[in-house]
Design a protein around this ligand. Structure first.
Ligand code: GRF
Length: 202
């Protein structure tokens, strides 16, 4: 079966998106990035996609800070459907996903979070880890559900917290781990979806 078509959604600089795009460019993987969407018009993730020749679109988010308006969510859905996306990876997307997207891609939206979930859900998880004085944190790839960072865990990488760490050094070490973990998990997840689909056809 050909690789599954992946849509990527993010709000920021897109270093995880870069890791996903680079991995797919370097090796033959079970996913193929086909569109990048952002609700932030100047987000680095959009220009990054262009530099990889992947179509990218800004979607006006509406008036709320932590979620999308219903129109925005429907617009994202229609962009994903127009690009014939099979599954979705959030890459630094800063808003919660609601029913229209969750229902259109049931169990098929992945996220990467900068902690060893279930610890340190929510914003600035690396800062939460530093403040909690833990010796180890990490990153988690999970399925997105209607909660915040609560969906089924697909994989994790551990990262040490060093005595002289600052927010910046710890965040950078976690991001390095993210860039290795996310493409590997997205590839593996796509492979599982393909096997399920083939099983259904037999
Ligand atoms: C990452 O640390 C990710 O874990 C979190 O948001 C950050 C996005 O960074 N969900 P980037 O835009 O991929 O560089």
């Amino acid at each position: 079966m050909p690789p599954l078509r992946l849509g990527i959604i993010g709000s920021g600089k897109g270093s995880n998106c870069r890791a996903l795009l680079e991995a797919a460019q370097e090796k033959s993987l079970h996913y193929e990035p086909v569109i990048v969407l952002s609700e932030v018009s100047h987000a680095g993730i959009l220009s990054l996609a262009e530099s990889f020749n992947i179509p990218s679109r800004f979607v006006e988010p509406g008036p709320f800070k932590t979620r999308l308006s219903e129109d925005a969510e429907l617009e994202i859905l229609s962009q994903l459907q127009a690009a014939h996306v099979d599954f979705v990876a959030l890459a630094g997307f800063m808003r919660v996903i609601k029913a229209p997207l969750l229902e259109a891609f049931p169990g098929k939206i992945l996220n990467i979070h900068p902690s060893l979930l279930p610890y340190f859900r929510g914003l600035e998880a690396w800062k939460q880890a530093l403040e909690a004085n833990v010796h180890e944190t990490g990153c988690t790839v999970h399925i997105v559900d209607s909660g915040v960072d609560t969906g089924r865990i697909l994989g994790q990488s551990r990262v040490p917290v060093l005595a002289n760490d600052t927010i910046e050094t710890l965040h950078a070490r976690i991001q390095e781990a993210e860039h290795e973990l996310y493409p590997r998990m997205v590839h593996q997840f796509a492979h599982e979806l393909i096997k399920k689909e083939e099983g259904r056809r037999e």
